[in-house]
Design a protein around this ligand. Structure first.
Ligand SMILES: Nc1nc2c(ncn2[C@@H]2O[C@H](COP(=O)(O)OP(=O)(O)OP(=O)(O)O)[C@@H](O)[C@H]2O)c(=O)[nH]1
Ligand SMILES: [Mg+2]
Length: 390
């Protein structure tokens, strides 16, 4: 069950991954979940030292992971000198607190210079978001998401807020213990005020976007939102269609803001006339995103939600393509994005013919197109479909 992947490296984040799944989970689903977690860790810059799973229908109310299993994990962490425990699920604030308390005690007992810590999958995603966020707006959205996720953990546990520039610290160091640590009311007020300020600033950004959108509508320019699972190739598609030069990377959540590009499609080759379409590329989706977190990104997602048409980009080479499509559908439903969609199956350069035929047959009722942005295949067909539908 335990698979040491690397031994004693000197990476600063030496991670022990643990995933808790229900007893009916199939081995291939388990492997897929692990692969995604592994990807999240490396996108963040950590190295996975060990991986473990536990099949459990009812997580332990106190520590999520069962007590015996947790002791086992901590021993292995000590043995392998792992400093970060990532639990691949969404834990309650009190559960992650209990685990961290245990890790702190053991770290002290063993005189570790740097104490071992634990985080859940949402913390990890937030840290990646934080790392990739460059625009003022995305930083604010992440701060809001972090307070929403960590907030209850901070004041619920009577921890102290570290005063880094007056904002809540949610680094791996997390909230610290110390003097005045039970002043819960003060913290609660402080966080509430902080949330109010961030939401006010985000509303200003949203207003600006609305103005831009209305101006575009007046000009009669149709808008298309590019959505899809993280790493499906959304930014690459925007680049492929518009020669925009947006960052596309083999990393999860490379995009956290809205990239916009104009696409001009010739509709009458004789007259040389055509139609201009505005394309919006934005943050990718991933399984089990808490609604609060999605809500934090509402203003970034608004351009897609309000667009005339959606391009749902899908990595056709992904073994779990159906599952990814389902996750994206669910999120689109949750954010009220109900407009017409084109399914864009990307990366067909990595897919064999039999699989392509299978996908084509499975999605024959939907508007769909099969492309390889990398090889420039299918893009012309996609442009023509776009023109027909907007
Ligand atoms: N083989 C192949 N790789 C592709 C293709 N399109 C994109 N990629 C690669 O897929 C990876 C992800 O591409 P991005 O365009 O950054 O994906 P994204 O959906 O914008 O990802 P996030 O912003 O992180 O959610 C990059 O390494 C791309 O080079 C394709 O048609 N074929
Ligand atoms: Mg992107």
């Amino acid at each position: 069950m335990t698979q040491p992947t690397t031994s004693h490296t000197s990476a600063p984040l030496r991670v022990f991954l643990v995933d808790i799944v229900d007893k009916t989970t199939k081995p291939e689903i388990l492997a897929d979940r692990m692969r995604e977690l592994d990807n999240l860790v490396s996108t963040y810059g950590g190295v996975v030292i060990l991986e473990k799973y536990q099949k459990k229908d009812f997580p332990d109310p106190k520590t999520y992971v069962g007590k015996g299993k947790l002791d086992e994990i901590i021993n292995e962490m000590l043995h392998m000198q792992a400093n970060l425990l990532i639990i691949g699920n969404a834990l309650k604030p009190s559960q992650i607190y209990q685990i961290n308390e245990k890790l702190r005690l053991v770290s002290e007992e063993h005189g570790l210079a740097e104490k071992m810590q634990a985080r859940d999958r949402i913390d990890l995603i937030l840290k990646i978001f934080e790392k990739h966020a460059t625009s003022g707006e995305s930083r604010l959205q992440i701060e809001l998401a972090a307070i929403n996720h960590m907030g209850p953990r901070i004041y619920g546990m009577g921890m102290e807020l570290s005063k880094q520039g007056g904002s809540a610290s949610w680094g791996w160091g997390g909230a610290t213990r110390g003097s005045g640590e039970t002043n819960t009311e003060v913290m609660r007020r402080h966080l509430k005020e902080k949330i109010r300020k961030i939401e006010k600033k985000l509303t200003e950004y949203a207003k600006m976007r609305t103005l831009h959108r209305e101006a575009r509508k007046k000009r009669g320019m149709p808008t298309v939102g590019i959505v899809g699972y993280t790493n499906a190739g959304k930014s690459s598609l925007l680049n492929g269609l518009t020669k925009k030069g947006v960052l596309a990377e083999n990393k999860l959540f490379a995009t956290l803001w809205t990239n916009v590009g104009n696409l001009y499609v010739i509709t009458d080759p004789v007259l040389g006339t055509g139609k201009e379409i505005l394309l919006n590329d934005t943050i990718g989706f991933i399984r089990d995103l808490p609604p609060q977190l999605i809500k934090s990104f509402a203003s970034t997602l608004e351009d897609s939600i309000e667009s005339d048409l959606l391009l749902h980009v899908i990595d056709a080479s992904d073994e779990y393509v159906m599952e990814r499509i389902r996750v994206v559908h669910e999120i689109l439903h949750a954010i009220w994005a109900h407009q017409k969609k084109i399914l864009v199956f990307n990366k067909i350069d990595l897919v064999d013919n039999a699989r392509l035929e299978e996908l084509q047959a499975a999605f024959s009722d939907d508007e769909n197109v099969f492309v390889s942005v990398k090889e420039g295949k299918g893009l012309e067909e996609l442009k023509q479909l776009l023109i027909k539908l907007v």
